[in-house]
Design a binder for this molecule. Structure first.
Ligand SMILES: Cc1cc2nc3c(=O)[nH]c(=O)nc-3n(C[C@H](O)[C@H](O)[C@H](O)COP(=O)(O)O)c2cc1C
Length: 177
C-alpha cells in the first residue's frame, strides 16, 4: 500500500535549509504519496490563556491536526533557535495541544534537523525526540545533519556526504517499516 507522507519544516524561513532536507528525505521513500505543508499557512496569534478563554482555539489549529490525521507517516525537520523550537512551530504546537495532548495521533515519525554548524540542530532534535511520545508521536528515527553547507548540495537537493546519506536512508527505511 502507498504510504501518505506529510512533510514539513518547523522553521521560520521561506528559504529553510531544513525544508530542503525534509524534501530530500521524502524523496527517499519510494512510491510514497508526499504532501508538504508550510507551517506559515497555519500562523495564529501567540498563544495566550486569556485569548483562548475569550475566543477559543483558532480553526487553523484544527486544520493542521486534520492534515496530520490524513497522513500515514510524518517527516518533520527542525530548525534550532537558541537551542529550542522556532517560535513559528512552538506556537502552532501549543495551540494544537490545547485541543488535546494526542497532537501526533500515533503516527510513525521521522524527525530531522540541520544547521550550518557542527551541532546540526541536535539540541532541538533531541528535545523533540524525547517529548513527542508524550503527544502520541511514534518516533521511529531521528537524524541530524551538521555542516549543512558542506554536506548538502542545495542545487541538486541531496546530501553529498556518503555516510550521512546512508544514515538518512536507514532512518527513512525505519519510518516505513
Ligand atoms: C534567532 C535565531 C537563533 C538561532 N539559534 C541557533 C541555535 O541555537 N543553534 C543552531 O544550530 N543554529 C541557530 N540559529 C541558526 C539557524 O540554525 C539557521 O538560521 C538555520 O538556517 C535555521 O534553519 P532553517 O533555515 O531551516 O530555518 C539561529 C538562528 C536564529 C535566527
Amino acid at each position: 500500500m502507498t504510504s501518505k507522507i506529510l512533510a514539513f519544516a518547523a522553521s521560520n524561513s521561506s528559504v529553510s535549509i531544513n525544508r530542503t532536507l525534509v524534501d530530500y528525505a521524502a524523496t527517499l521513500a519510494e512510491g510514497a504519496e508526499i504532501t508538504t505543508l508550510d507551517i506559515h499557512d497555519y500562523e495564529m496569534p501567540i498563544y495566550r490563556h486569556d485569548r483562548e478563554e475569550a475566543d477559543g482555539i483558532p480553526q487553523l489549529a484544527h486544520d493542521f491536526l486534520a492534515q496530520v490525521g490524513a497522513a500515514d507517516v510524518l517527516i518533520i525537520g527542525f530548525a534550532e533557535h537558541n537551542g529550542g523550537y522556532t517560535v513559528a512551530f512552538k506556537n502552532l504546537f501549543d495551540w494544537c495541544s490545547r485541543i488535546g495532548p494526542a497532537v501526533w495521533q500515533d503516527k510513525p515519525m521521522l524527525l530531522t534537523a540541520t544547521s550550518t554548524g557542527q551541532g546540526g540542530a541536535g539540541r532541538v532534535l533531541a528535545f523533540a525526540e524525547g517529548a513527542f511520545p508524550i503527544f502520541s508521536g511514534d518516533v521511529r528515527a531521528a537524524f541530524s545533519l551538521p555542516h549543512y553547507d558542506e554536506k548538502f548540495d542545495a542545487e541538486a537537493g541531496r546530501i553529498t556526504d556518503a555516510d550521512k546519506d546512508a544514515e538518512l536512508r536507514a532512518a527513512v527505511a525505519k519510518l516505513l517499516a
